[in-house]
Design a protein around this ligand. Structure first.
Ligand SMILES: [Zn+2]
Length: 347
């Protein structure tokens, strides 16, 4: 077999892996066919093996990569890879990094390079998100803050509330989700939730807490939304949310649609960095749902469901009105009066 032929096979194999990783099925199918033809052609032109030069026919790189059980680019990893790399960034990688003849050493180098690329990309996005973040405590709107803890704060939204008493529990430092935040943060979120449940219970309301961690906002600041529902309708909330989550199923879903948390928490149930939506009711743990890559999970998903429960004008959740400083102050003063007896941070 000529050297040119070997390189053709290698290059085709490399392109095939790239097409598979990027999910370009059409290109992958055509490359697979070309590779197969090239391999057959190379077999035909191959001289009879002598005892000293006998080699197995060239394997596809795909087989080499995929047969390796612990290789980082198994299906799940590849999915993550695709989510985290934009095509133009991926194009910086050299095809030769996938070379069949490159053997284990080159393969390791490729993994090392992509690790580096992944880390650089992640760092860049993280930095950008943290720099422009309006939820990090230093840059948040202080006139909306009700309570300041050691790791989190409690604040009100800066526009019309979907329901009176709607509020947010927010970590003071930049972190992405309940699953990835520090244990101290998680513990204090829990403390705020318990205090809010108790406070709203006295006001004949039950809290709906929800959090959305999406692919689009992977490095955004986590926020736990709290919406108190009147006890006349709050028993409908688990039914409405369960139905909406189940109905959000797409034909492409591979994960279980509805995860009933029961005695488990989101933190102990989901792996890190997987996008999700979670909702809980009062002190119950509620549900979780893994948001798949092709799934449309709008930011207002929870608000739309709550609006259905309380029969709210869609404009309130679709385009909440901006409120004046005076209106916001009034809201903050009112909430602070309710909160006073439940404040656990003694400054
Ligand atoms: Zn932040």
């Amino acid at each position: 077999m000529s050297k040119d032929k070997i390189e053709d096979l290698n290059e085709l194999g490399a392109k095939l892996i790239k097409a598979e990783l990027l999910g370009d099925d059409e290109l992958a199918a055509s490359l697979r066919e070309r590779l197969e033809n090239a391999r057959k052609a190379s077999e035909l032109t191959k001289p009879e093996p002598s005892a000293s030069t006998s080699r197995k026919p060239q394997n596809y790189p795909r087989e080499k990569f995929h047969k390796h059980k612990n290789h980082r680019y198994d299906n799940e990893e590849a999915k993550m890879f695709k989510r985290n790399y934009k095509n133009d960034e991926y194009d910086d990688l050299n095809y030769d990094d996938f070379s069949v003849t490159s053997s284990k050493k080159l393969k390791n180098e490729f993994v090392h390079q992509t690790d580096q690329k992944f880390a650089q990309n992640k760092e860049k996005e993280e930095k950008k998100s943290a720099e422009n973040c309006s939820y990090c405590f230093d840059s948040t709107q202080k006139h909306l803050v009700i309570s300041i803890g050691k790791h989190c704060y409690l604040c009100l939204p800066n526009s019309e509330s979907i329901v009176d008493g709607s509020c947010m529990i927010v970590p003071m430092s930049h972190c992405y989700s309940s699953v990835t935040c520090d244990e101290d943060v998680w513990q204090e979120i829990d403390r705020y939730k318990k205090a809010l449940v108790e406070m709203f219970d006295k006001r004949r309301c039950e809290c709906v807490f929800y959090e959305m961690y999406t692919n689009e906002n992977k490095y955004g600041h986590m926020v736990i939304q709290c919406v108190p529902l009147d006890m006349n309708v709050s028993n409908l909330a688990p039914i409405y949310f369960k139905k909406a989550i189940i109905e959000s199923e797409s034909e492409w879903s591979t994960n279980k649609k509805l995860i009933e948390l029961k005695d488990k928490t989101i933190r102990s149930t989901l792996p890190k960095n997987v996008p999700y939506f979670t909702v809980s009711f009062g002190s119950e743990n509620g549900f979780a749902h893994i948001i798949e890559k092709n799934e449309a999970y709008p930011a207002h998903f929870a608000k739309e469901i709550i609006a259905g429960i309380i029969d709210l004008d869609p404009m309130v959740w679709m385009r909440p009105r901006k409120e004046s400083f005076g209106q916001l102050s009034k809201k903050v003063i009112e909430f602070s009066k309710w909160w006073k007896a439940y404040e656990f941070n003694k400054n």
